[in-house]
Ligand binder design. Structure first.
Ligand SMILES: Cc1cc2nc3c(=O)[nH]c(=O)nc-3n(C[C@H](O)[C@H](O)[C@H](O)COP(=O)(O)OP(=O)(O)OC[C@H]3O[C@@H](n4cnc5c(N)ncnc54)[C@H](O)[C@@H]3O)c2cc1C
Length: 449
């Protein structure tokens, strides 16, 4: 029995592999990765086997010679958001505008944050190259596509700000220019290309990361939900269904799949938000031409309730959108139907194209509207990294490397950019989080029209 609490329908936490396109096209787990059994001990126990946890384990084992174990609730390593996302390796991992961030943290710290975000994209790219991870990287930037004419001016201003303040390369394309290199659509009114950014196969990437971490000496345990966490002296005892693990230090890398009442310091600090993805069957050359589709770069539109989309290497359209407020299978069916209809509205030539896959998962939002990385103030043996605001592909592997360096005593929380340093504040009346989200959705839908 466990007294862990979750915000959404139990279906969202079912540990079985999700029926995603990524799952259907990635290699299986290594048979040596087994659930934790019996009593064992280690130096660092990591809760969560996604990009954050695996990168922490890899860097602890390889760069610092520290014994690390990863406990993953899902039946498969990378079962959480890391194996289900859109594969966009882009930036920034924040919902703050540049002006808001500058007001709150000052221009120098805002610049440090953006520099760390660029570093994150290059860090993920280097992890792939240096460890021969076969994960289909593609594209040389991300396109932000104006969904209505007046958004084009806003994109122009945004691109100028990125270049002027942070030296981030951006190129603006009129609707006609973008039709020649990108695509046509009822919601295409010009686009801004931002680099560095690219796309990858997220499940192949998470498994490549897992294999690399295991090769470096880390131990991986899928099927090992931590149901209880006790402090004993200076150490910790984590309990799973079939075992217990004693550890000197703990890393919380559970992101949007964090269960509450596992450790009170983390309760009420995150808001998991459902993101959904559909993929079509492979499109023919004639069908691609009907929407003037040319690009292998990832794309997002300028809606607050945005669409993120890309053409996969086998010519399937992948399109993602934020979701419902329950996570129930019935609401999942409604989301799938709505997204199928929206594919046809945004790309009319593909109105009748079959949808082959639909799946969903949690992105992780916090009150600070930016990631949170650090060490608990009242227990220096507990570390964490979470809250990437749907930009974990570039931020989470980099965060894992930072957390490993902190554990090894090479850096400290104070060295991180102020924007991401320390815990976010708790949501006031945290039990009302989904009500706040419902209100935000209504406001965003109003602004998007
Ligand atoms: C549909 C979708 C689309 C997205 N698209 C993008 C995108 O295109 N680009 C991008 O950058 N980001 C995207 N994201 C976000 C991105 O996937 C995440 O930011 C990133 O994967 C976070 O990595 P993580 O390791 O911190 O968390 P996760 O990968 O979620 O891993 C956390 C793990 O912790 C485990 N866990 C939780 N509690 C326990 C416990 N008690 N015991 C043991 N294990 C536990 C969970 O099972 C989970 O696997 C998307 C997310 C979703 C859901």
């Amino acid at each position: 029995m466990t007294n862990l609490r979750t915000l959404y329908h139990p279906a969202m936490y079912d540990p079985a592999p999700v029926p995603s396109y990524w799952e259907a096209t990635a290699p299986g787990d290594d048979p040596s990765w087994r659930p934790l059994e019996g009593d064992d001990s280690c130096d660092v126990a990591i809760i969560g086997g996604g990009y954050t946890g695996l990168s922490t384990a890899l860097h602890l084992a390889r760069d610092h010679g520290i014994d690390a174990r990863v406990l993953e609730a899902g039946d498969r390593i990378g079962w959480g958001a890391s194996g289900r996302n859109g594969g966009f390796c882009c930036m920034p991992a924040t919902k703050l505008t540049v002006a808001q961030m500058t007001r709150r943290f000052g221009l120098d710290e805002t610049k440090r944050f953006f520099a760390s975000q660029i570093e994150g994209v290059e860090f993920t790219r280097a992890l792939i190259a240096d460890n021969d991870i076969d994960c289909d990287p593609c594209g040389d930037g991300i396109y932000e596509v104006a969904h209505r004419p007046r958004a084009f001016g806003e994109l122009k201003e945004y691109g100028e700000t990125l270049e002027r303040l942070f030296g981030i390369e951006s190129t603006l394309y009129s609707p006609d220019e973008f039709r020649e290199i990108g695509h046509d659509s009822t919601e295409q009114h010009g686009a801004l290309k931002v680099s560095p950014s690219f796309a990858l196969h997220p499940m192949k990437f998470v498994h490549g990361l897992a294999r690399t971490a295991a090769k470096a000496g880390a131990t991986l345990h899928p099927g090992s939900l931590v149901t209880r966490w006790l402090k004993e002296g200076d150490g910790h005892i984590l309990t799973t269904a079939r075992g217990t693990l004693r550890a000197k230090r703990i890393v919380v890398a559970a992101n949007g799949f964090l269960r509450e009442r596992m450790h009170r310091d983390f309760d009420g600090r995150v808001l998991p938000v459902i993101s959904n993805i559909v993929t079509t069957r492979p499109l023919t050359a004639t069908e691609l031409a009907a929407q003037s589709w040319k690009t292998d770069c990832p794309l997002v539109n300028t809606r607050q309730l945005l669409f993120y989309y890309r053409m996969l290497p086998d010519n399937r359209l992948m399109l993602g959108a934020r979701g419902d407020l329950t996570g129930s299978p019935a609401d999942g069916d409604r989301m799938r139907a709505w997204m199928t209809r929206r594919v046809g509205e945004v790309f009319p030539a593909w109105r009748d194209v079959e949808i082959d896959h639909f799946w969903r998962g949690f992105v992780c939002i916090s009150q600070r509207l930016a990631p949170s990385v650090g060490q608990l103030p009242d227990d220096s043996s507990v570390f964490y990294g979470f809250g990437y605001h749907a930009n974990g592909v570039n931020t989470a592997p980099w965060t894992g490397m930072q957390v490993a360096a902190m554990i090894a005593g090479k850096t400290s929380e104070a060295d991180l950019p102020a924007v991401i340093r320390g815990l976010p504040t708790r949501f006031p009346f945290a039990g009302l989080r989904l009500k706040y989200l419902a209100a935000a959705y209504r406001w965003y839908a109003f602004k998007d029209d």
